[in-house]
Design a binder for this molecule. Structure first.
Ligand SMILES: Nc1ncnc2c1ncn2[C@@H]1O[C@H](COP(=O)(O)OP(=O)(O)O)[C@@H](O)[C@H]1O
Ligand SMILES: [Mg+2]
Length: 344
């Protein structure tokens, strides 16, 4: 298909459960937390000087705000309206950031968690159509596969904040049967790690935010490379604690479910394709940075043959990169065509 960019301002957006990345064909690139906050009262409005706050700023000012994580569980809740409005405002905000100071009609492809791409597709399309002149909504793991040019006989495991999405690529847009979502992403690990550390060292003060920082710095599975020793506070006083076992056990706790779904998706391929699929297993999302995960999956798949598991180079931008690449390769005029990428 021909590239038709003329004056079009093309955007690739990855609307993740934890972070939203955006890239444009004019070189803009940014990532913010998928958070929207509204001042709780008039004091908050006065203090902040605005009625909505996004991303890191919203997290910093959270005591003055009502906070929404519109896609936290991998879907936009359509009841109550809060998540719906927050999702719309988040999309509007990143589009505004990416288009500020440039001209042209913004057209964007939005990658969303696999489950949202199925259950919220119409809703998200409606929201985004009010913001951009052409839109397509596709699943995030599909965007990751697109960015790597691995559209068939490959499996993407996307470990995000709220969910893990596993998606089998079969040369077409993945159907419901080709993808699985479960609620065991990074947030789940953070909660479990917080509990594990406070059980082992009840005197320490540990928040989810701290346990997330420990996981991001030291997260690993399998054999210990070196002990994980962190400084925590007990009754205000700092002390060094060994949390090696806690970090390992909690990070490993997501593996059985990944393997179970991965194996089911793998076995659904035709037997003659299975050897190739086994060579094309992609780990994506922030959780792909957990050290040793690729090797552990290879070990668990050994009964099927020798697997090859690769981590994407840039987990933060792999999805938005795939979305932008698709926007550049497939002209927006085609986005609405029935049968293509299932946009409508
Ligand atoms: N170095 C790291 N090790 C382990 N987990 C990490 C690391 N860096 C980020 N993460 C986790 O990845 C998750 C966010 O992944 P991301 O792909 O951005 O999510 P989403 O697409 O759902 O928004 C968070 O739980 C974060 O703590
Ligand atoms: Mg993601």
């Amino acid at each position: 298909m021909t590239v038709s960019e003329d004056n079009k301002l093309l955007l690739g957006i990855d609307l993740g459960t934890s972070r939203t990345a955006v890239q444009s064909n004019r070189g803009y690139k940014n990532i913010i937390r998928s958070v929207v906050g509204y001042p709780k009262d008039i004091i908050g409005i006065k203090m902040l000087g605005k009625t909505q706050v996004f991303g890191e700023e919203a997290m910093k000012r959270r005591s003055a705000l009502t906070i929404y994580h519109p896609l936290q569980d991998g879907v936009v809740s359509e009841t109550g309206g809060g998540d719906f409005n927050a999702a719309a405002e988040l999309i509007r905000h990143v589009v505004e950031l990416a288009t500020e100071g440039t001209s042209g009609d913004p057209c964007g492809i939005i990658g969303v968690p696999a489950r949202a791409s199925i259950v919220n597709k119409e809703l998200l399309l409606d929201i985004a159509r009010g913001i951009m002149s052409s839109v397509m909504v596709v699943s995030e793991p599909f965007m990751v596969a697109y960015s790597m040019n691995m559209l068939s006989n490959a499996i993407v495991i996307d470990i995000g904040g709220g969910t893990i999405d596993i998606c089998g690529m079969k040369g077409t847009v993945p159907s419901i049967d080709d993808q699985v979502t479960f609620l065991k992403g990074g947030d789940y690990i953070d909660d479990r790690l917080q509990t594990a550390i406070s059980q082992q060292y009840p005197e320490t003060q540990i928040t989810t935010n701290l346990s997330r920082m420990i996981k991001e710095s030291y997260g690993f599975v399998g054999p210990t490379e070196k002990p994980v020793q962190v400084t925590l506070r007990a009754e205000g006083r700092p002390n060094v604690y060994d949390v090696t076992e806690e970090v390992r056990n909690v990070c490993e706790s997501i593996v059985p479910e990944i393997v179970e779904h991965l194996a089911a998706i793998f076995r659904a391929y035709d037997p003659e394709d299975q050897p190739e699929v086994l060579q094309n297993i992609i780990l994506a999302g922030g959780g792909s940075r957990i050290s040793g995960l690729d090797q552990m999956l290879i070990d668990h798949l050994s009964e099927y043959g020798k697997a090859n598991v690769v981590c994407v180079d840039d987990p933060d931008f792999a999805g938005s990169n795939g979305a932008l690449k698709m926007a550049q390769e497939v002209a927006p005029e085609y986005w609405d065509q029935v049968g293509f990428v299932g946009s409508r």
